[in-house]
Write a protein that binds this ligand. Sequence first.
Ligand SMILES: C[S@@+](CC[C@H](N)C(=O)[O-])C[C@H]1O[C@@H](n2cnc3c(N)ncnc32)[C@H](O)[C@@H]1O
Ligand code: SF4
Length: 430
Amino acid sequence: MQAYESPYGGYVYAYPHKTAYRPLDPRPALRDVWAGEHAAALYVHIPFCEMRCGFCNLFTRTGAPQDLVGAYLDAVERQARAVRDALDERSATGPRFTTAAFGGGTPTYLDARELTRLFDLTERAMGVDLGAVPLSVETSPATATRDRLAVLAERGVSRVSIGVQSFVDAEARAAVRPQKRAEVDAALDAIRAAGIPTLNIDLIYGIDGQTPDSWRFSLDTALMWNPEEVYLYPLYVRPLTGLGKRGRAWDDQRMELYRQGRDHLLGSGYEQVSMRMFRLPGSGATTDYCCQTDGMVGLGCGARSYTSTLHYSFEYAVGVRHVRGIIDDYVRRDDFDVAHVGFALNLEERKRRHLIQSLLQADGLARDLYRARFGVDVLEDFALDRFGDRLTVDDQRLRLTADGLANSDAIGPALFSAEVRRLMDGYAAC
Ligand SMILES: C[S@@+](CC[C@H](N)C(=O)[O-])C[C@H]1O[C@@H](n2cnc3c(N)ncnc32)[C@H](O)[C@@H]1O
Ligand code: SF4
């Protein structure tokens, strides 16, 4: 009998995962790390939330007092200056970002005045006009207030992404996400009233007590605001939370709700971009991974930065005490001219990253782009027969089938290298 393999091995939003990062010794100077690299994306991480949801393992803390938020913004400014200096060494024009994002946590945990400061300091220190590039900001129902949204609209934010998870209060409670439907509705109305071009709504399936009917209700309610994008997340639970694992029956529930949600959105005119992402055709950014060689500058603790050969960040944790300790350390830091914790990508890991990031998109992997980048056909580098009829191959592309996309969270982790797997397994969660 074949062993049961869960379709929910893990969400691969980046390769390698942060739990494969280790302290760098010696710590390389950012000037060397960024030599000859192109920083195309800017990301600022705000590790604050008004609540800690039971399922969430993002790097964030609740209840941050205002003076800590102020000290955090001071530190982001110091870091931004150090990074800009490192980038400037090699380029007369400074960084020319083509996209930017404020994520978290919940960036709108900052009040309107603090948000203004975040825009000002980022623009000043990085030498970037945020109004001139596509800029995405994450928000939550309780913090998407009209005064904050007015700041976002005025500063040219092009996309606001809000976590709703469920329009049924009892389901939000079951996911340990204390929120009220009235607050969710008010936030969505306010985002639409602010006139920000792209609205994304996050929904979660697989919550205890959720049924096909209640899932349909959440999907239909979300569609009432005509969001340009919808993300459907299968629920994952963190070990040691009260949510608990339920094995195969839960996997079956998630798969059934996934198919229902996907079909409902496709039937409502959305196109599927990846297992989680759906969007209205003609809206939003392109997803073609032709720019896989481009780098990302991450500011704030919890943010990752990527060059083609090094991914780096600060220490990472999920537990309350450790997250608080890391933020407290960050606000006192001055050593922003070196990379602290990271993972160096050799040629094989760069190829794997390109394969994983491309294959998990509905458009799949363009063979000519892979060949142009690595000088070899992708099928000479990787044996992919094990994915059987979940993968289609033609002269131009490798593409997951509908069933393949549904199993993205098993296919992605199956492509990790032995070394990344070893490091992730050896990561001591704290
Ligand atoms: C940064 S939050 C979105 C903005 C804001 N903090 C909020 O929660 O409203 C990122 C999103 O990831 C999803 N997410 C995080 N952890 C998850 C998990 N364990 N299982 C499923 N989805 C998760 C949620 O849908 C959440 O809205
Ligand atoms: S889901 Fe959003 S609000 Fe909840 S803890 Fe995670 S980042 Fe914070």
